[in-house]
Design a protein around this ligand. Structure first.
Ligand code: AMP
Ligand code: MG
Length: 328
């Protein structure tokens, strides 16, 4: 049996996980940086990650009942992400791989979200609606690559929600608070911005901020923000589904925790005789098991390991640049 350790540290979460090649997650230990009021400052996040890294890695090995020496490889999130956070994961992974003299594999964080989503939903060839803090992309596999069919032209929807949350004093992360307040809201018109297959959120947030300053209530703004942004994403997802002629849609990323969003995508899929699969909640956001599993797929397929002396982070690594060697 092959056993690997994965390390996640692209943004707010530092995590470590052990998986085997049967797709079993033996441990998944994650610690998220949070704040009460303000947003997240990258250097504070990196400090947080450095402080807890060793403890988290040890806990992941202990919970999996695996000794370091039983590991066949180490994998880490090489990108995309915030450089100060990425560096912490890279340094720890490199240190361990060096010490144990085992291969080091760089995983693409977005790819990892998709692959763990497929593993957990048992889907074969879905359209991926990937909506996290920093990213918003509609992705599907076609001839050896994950292709991006539509994406945000400015900020990811999660960050857009977090920015609005910061502006109206909801703390970080704001998504769950926005979902709660939205339950009591009524619709106020906001800009609806879809350009071709791409989307834009920052203008919508600017408008929502203006309306807040003019005295509109938080509940109404949260409701309208959700309805508008989710409708935009549902529209683009529907077009991607039709274009690729696929029959499955999975929703991944932290924003997938939102029930209203799931409901809208589910309705759209039913109309098109496709199936909607939300990724189980605890696997929606960033965590280390997805990295470990992505590393496993690569370990088993390409054996193209990183040179320990040359390895670096790839903060802007796009998923369509990844050569998909593990899908036959
Ligand atoms: P990720 O980057 O994938 O870890 O996702 C984190 C993002 O998901 C943050 O921007 C959160 O505000 C957002 N988020 C978490 N829960 C919800 C929710 N229930 N509704 C909307 N957004 C959410
Ligand atoms: Mg993520």
């Amino acid at each position: 049996m092959v056993i690997g350790l994965g390390i996640e540290s692209t943004a707010h979460t530092f995590g470590a996980s052990v998986v085997n090649d049967k797709g079993k997650i033996l441990s998944n230990v994650n610690k998220m940086f949070t704040t009460e009021k303000e947003g997240m400052n990258p250097s504070d996040v990196a400090k947080h990650h450095r402080k807890y890294a060793d403890e988290i890695i040890k806990k992941a090995l202990d919970e999996a009942k695996i000794k370091e020496t039983n590991l066949d490889f180490i994998t880490f999130s090489q990108g995309p992400g915030l450089p100060p956070s990425l560096v912490v994961g890279k340094d720890k992974a490199k240190e361990l791989a060096n010490k144990l003299q085992i291969p080091l594999i760089g995983s693409n964080h977005i790819c990892a979200h998709l692959e763990i989503g497929k593993l957990l939903t048992k889907t074969k060839d879905p359209v991926f609606v990937f909506v996290s803090g920093a990213n918003t992309q509609i992705i599907a596999y076609e001839s050896k690559r994950y292709r991006i069919f539509g994406e945000t032209l400015d900020i990811g929807l999660g960050n857009a929600f977090d920015k609005f949350g910061r502006d109206i004093g909801l703390g970080f992360p704001a998504g769950p608070q926005i979902e709660k307040l939205a339950k009591n809201g009524n619709y106020i018109e906001l800009p609806y911005i879809v350009k071709g297959m791409d989307l834009s959120f920052s203008g919508i947030i600017t408008r929502a901020d203006q309306l807040y300053k003019q005295g509109k209530n938080k509940d109404d703004l949260c409701y309208s923000l959700q309805e508008t942004c989710f409708a935009m994403l549902t529209e683009v997802s529907e077009r991607a589904l039709a274009h690729c002629n696929k029959k499955e849609v999975i929703l991944i990323g932290g924003v997938a925790a939102n029930k209203r969003f799931c409901e809208m995508l589910d309705k759209m899929c039913k109309r098109r005789k496709a199936k909607f699969f939300p990724v189980p909640l605890k696997h929606c956001g960033d965590h280390a098991a997805m990295i470990a599993w992505q590393g496993m797929l690569q370990f088993k397929s390409d054996k193209n390991f990183l040179d320990l002396n040359e390895i670096d982070i790839l903060p802007k690594w796009r998923i369509d640049e990844v050569e998909v060697t593990w899908i036959k």
